[in-house]
Ligand binder design. Structure first.
Ligand SMILES: Nc1ncnc2c1ncn2[C@@H]1O[C@H](COP(=O)(O)OP(=O)(O)O)[C@@H](O)[C@H]1O
Ligand SMILES: [Mg+2]
Length: 241
C-alpha cells in the first residue's frame, strides 16, 4: 500500500476539516475526492503533505509514519502536490521551474535533476514550451506545469487539487488523458468538482462533507447515490428519486 491513513482528525476551533478519515491507496490507483466548498478537501492535502499537523491519526507512506515529519521530509519521501492555483515562478522558464522542483523537492542535483525535469516536461506534454517564460503560459499549460513540478520530485503519491478547474471541455479531456498516463506510475489522489473527469480515470471516488468521509465507491455508484445528490448538488434525497 502506498498510502494508509487511519483516524485522521483536524479541527480549527468549531470547523472540522478531518473527522476520523481513513484511506488506502496502492500504486496505479487513482482516488477521486469530491465534496462541497469547505468540506476539507484541500485540508486533507495539507495534512498529507505536512503543512498542517493533525489533532490525531496516522499517515503511512509505504509503511512509514509521516505524522510529525516536516513537509520537506515528506516531499523527499515521495509526496508531491499540484496546487489548486498554479504558482509558478513567472519570470523563470518552464524548464527552470521544473528543475527547481526536482532540485529542492526531490533533492536531486546536476544531470540527475536536469534529466528528471526533462522527463517530467515530456510526460506532461510541455517539452515544446520548455524555454518559454512560465508566466506567459495559457491556463491548461500552467496546470500541466503544476503537475510536471510535482512529478519532477519523483513522488510515490501525487496529489492533484482541482487541476481541471477552469479548463474548457477539450482541455479537461487533455488533463484526463494526462492523469490516466500518470497513474500508471504513481498513486494519485485527485480533488475535482468535474465529476465526469474523475469518472474517466478514478477507480474510486470518496465524498467529503464537514471533514467526514460519507461514501467511497466506484465513480458511477457515487454519482448515483442519493447522499451525493443531497449534499453535493444540493438536491434533497427524496426529490432525486
Ligand atoms: N488555517 C485555517 N484556519 C482556520 N480555518 C481554516 C484554515 N484552513 C481551512 N480552514 C477552513 O476549513 C474549511 C475547509 O477548508 P478547505 O479544506 O480549504 O475546503 P475545500 O478544499 O474542501 O473547499 C473551510 O471552512 C476553511 O475556511
Ligand atoms: Mg480546496
Amino acid at each position: 500500500m502506498v498510502l494508509a491513513v487511519r483516524g485522521l482528525c483536524k479541527a480549527y476551533g468549531e470547523v472540522i476539516v478531518a473527522d476520523q478519515v481513513e484511506l488506502d491507496l496502492a500504486s496505479g490507483e487513482c482516488l477521486g475526492v469530491i465534496g462541497p466548498n469547505g468540506a476539507g478537501k484541500s485540508s486533507l492535502f495539507h495534512l498529507l503533505t505536512g503543512t498542517v499537523a493533525p489533532d490525531a491519526g496516522s499517515i503511512r507512506l509505504a509503511g512509514r509514519e509521516l505524522v510529525g515529519l516536516p513537509a520537506h521530509r515528506r516531499a523527499r519521501l515521495g509526496i508531491a502536490r499540484a496546487f489548486q492555483v498554479p504558482q509558478p515562478f513567472a519570470h523563470l522558464s518552464v524548464y527552470e521551474n521544473v528543475l527547481a522542483a526536482a532540485s529542492f523537492g526531490a533533492g536531486q542535483r546536476g544531470d540527475a535533476a536536469a534529466e528528471s525535469a526533462l522527463q517530467a516536461l515530456r510526460r506532461c506534454g510541455l517539452d515544446a514550451q520548455a524555454e518559454r517564460q512560465a508566466g506567459t503560459l495559457p491556463l491548461l499549460d500552467r496546470k500541466r506545469l503544476e503537475v510536471a513540478k510535482g512529478i519532477a520530485a519523483a513522488p510515490q503519491l501525487l496529489l492533484l487539487d482541482e487541476v481541471a478547474g477552469g479548463l474548457t471541455e477539450r482541455e479537461v479531456q487533455a488533463m484526463v488523458a494526462l492523469v490516466h498516463e500518470l497513474k500508471r506510475a504513481y498513486a494519485v489522489i485527485w480533488i475535482e468538482h468535474i465529476v465526469h473527469a474523475l469518472k474517466a480515470v478514478a477507480e474510486r471516488v470518496m465524498v467529503l462533507h464537514f471533514g467526514r468521509k460519507l461514501l467511497e465507491d466506484a465513480p458511477q455508484a457515487v454519482m448515483d447515490s442519493a447522499v451525493v445528490r443531497e449534499i453535493y448538488m444540493g438536491i434533497p434525497a427524496d426529490a432525486a428519486a
